[in-house]
Design a protein around this ligand. Structure first.
Ligand SMILES: [Cu+2]
Length: 357
């Protein structure tokens, strides 16, 4: 190891002794809620390397349709810390399809609470434009526990003339097994959505200039380590503010990797050698704000979306509140996340949707 890297590691270890990982709640055993009627998401361990393969149930994807897949249930098979993931789409023969088929997918833990709201914690999300999310494994990881129950859902769209059968969304997760000295910091995923607190995260996008915002306070004090955003076409910017202090903490503008590709908002790293994270406090209000400029001259149904999310490190003494399954907001959010559970999936012709990504 080069000596400079050793110095960095030593410095970070010192910092780690200040922010011990103890503050991060270890996911509890599942409550008595019964998810047995749901389809299964499988999470299996790769035998060669420290990777988990999460596969959602297969759905048929007829030509020119959008498929809303109901929530499915799965559980992590190992203890560890996740530091990278990406989504893949495969057909019934296990062949890779383009990630353009993926509108979005979400994974949540119904037994843990979200940072800004008393709803289930979103732990992973990906869309066609997301690509791979990766953090320095030495520094940051999001802890998972063997037996930890998750719910996953997805929306797929097929704008081609071909129908596909047995299509699966797959997430490949890289992790560090437990009982290693790293990652030095145990962090938690978080989200703040302009369409919080509950319901569809897309909204009708009016013609011309428009904006939408939502404000909330974190349940516990801590530091935002990484922040990123997700927006749809015609978004000009997405911002994250300390509304109490009247200060913008981060903003991102969508850029296409190559012309014609869906634009994505670059991830912001809020850490450096000198500084770890941006502090957030329960006594302050924080605002996510998205600004659009829709030049089409008409409202685009479900055309807008704006969400920021990333990694959060709670303060050492912070006690994370538990979820309250009797809370009405928690229940509404859960019901919405579950989607069309009676039908497994709802298929809609694409011309009725205008959710270009
Ligand atoms: Cu979206």
């Amino acid at each position: 190891m080069p000596s400079r890297l050793l110095v960095i590691v030593a410095a970070l270890r010192l910092a780690a002794s200040v922010y011990t990982a103890r503050a991060v709640p270890i996911p509890r055993a599942d409550s008595s809620r019964d998810w047995s009627a749901l389809e299964r998401t499988t999470i299996s361990k790769d035998q060669q390397r420290n990777e988990l393969i999460m596969e959602l149930p297969a759905v048929d994807l007829p030509a020119g349709t959008m498929v809303d897949q109901a929530a499915s249930v799965g559980e992590f098979p190992v203890n560890g810390s996740i530091y990278a993931f990406h989504a893949e789409i495969v057909d019934e023969h296990g062949r890779r399809l383009s990630n353009d088929f993926l509108h979005h997918m979400n994974v949540m833990d119904p037994n843990e609470r979200e940072l800004f709201l008393p709803i289930s914690r979103r732990i992973l999300a990906s869309g066609s434009e997301t690509g791979e999310i990766r953090f320095p494994w030495l520094l940051f990881g999001a802890r998972v526990r063997a037996g930890e129950r998750i719910l996953a859902n997805a929306m797929l769209h097929n704008s081609t003339m071909m129908s596909y059968h047995g299509v699966r969304v797959r997430l490949v997760l890289s992790y560090v097994p437990e009982k290693r000295p790293w990652p030095l910091f145990s962090v938690l995923p978080w989200q703040l959505d302009v369409a919080f607190p509950v319901g569809d995260k897309t909204f009708d996008l009016p013609a011309g200039h428009s904006e939408r915002a939502y404000e909330g306070s974190p349940a516990v004090p801590g530091k935002l380590i990484v922040i990123g955003g997700h927006v749809h076409d015609y978004a000009t910017t997405i911002e994250f503010w300390d509304a109490t202090a009247g200060k913008m903490l981060w903003h991102g503008e969508p850029v296409a990797a190559t012309p014609g590709q869906p634009a994505s908002v670059p991830m912001g790293k809020l850490y450096s050698l000198m500084r770890i994270g941006v502090s957030v406090l329960p006594s302050h209000r924080y605002r996510v704000r998205v600004i659009y400029d829709n030049p089409t001259g008409h409202t685009i149904p479900d055309g807008g979306m704006g969400v920021v999310g990333g990694l959060f490190m709670p303060d050492r003494k912070a006690a994370w509140p538990s979820t309250n399954p009797d809370d009405s907001l928690y229940q509404k959010d859960l019901r919405h996340f579950m989607g069309p559970v009676e039908q497994v999936a709802v298929t809609v012709p694409l011309e009725h949707m205008h959710m270009d990504h």
